[in-house]
Write a protein that binds this ligand. Sequence first.
Ligand code: ZN
Length: 177
Amino acid sequence: MKYKFCPKCGSKLIMKDSLDEGQVPYCPFDNTMYFDLPKPCVVVAVVKGNEILLLKQSYIFKNSKVLVSGYVTNGETVEETVVREVKEETGIIVNKLKYLGSDFIKESELLMLTYMAQYVKGEIKKSAEVEFVEWSSIENAICQMKEDRIGKEVVRKVLKEIGYDKECIYLCENKYI
Ligand SMILES: [Zn+2]
């Protein structure tokens, strides 16, 4: 986010030269530079055999299901975020995290760190911010996620990871892209 006013004291920021980053908004009262940083968040494909955990959260996408997602908060590692968000949103405990790469969404300045995680234990117990959570056949997942570009990309990577080699899933995908 590009700050114009100091988030600490409210003063108008001035531009100051930072050696590596060029001109950076700066508060002379707090002696603090406000770099234009992205917001890191995680997207997690929770996998149990041939099933994947899908959520419905209409405030994200009205007509699509999505994967677990959430912001990395101060004081935790990204791995901790993955485990915490899955537990909070779905009640499920995961381990064996595998990093699947990152993506950036310009409009919302989100740096999406994507993961696959294995189901360990727990029954689905959704949080209030989720309409429903369900295990879905991984073959049918992409068809249910038509608005979720990054989620679908994660599912494609998961399919590769688990060695899925049938064609039917990709036929469905082509209908929507
Ligand atoms: Zn200030």
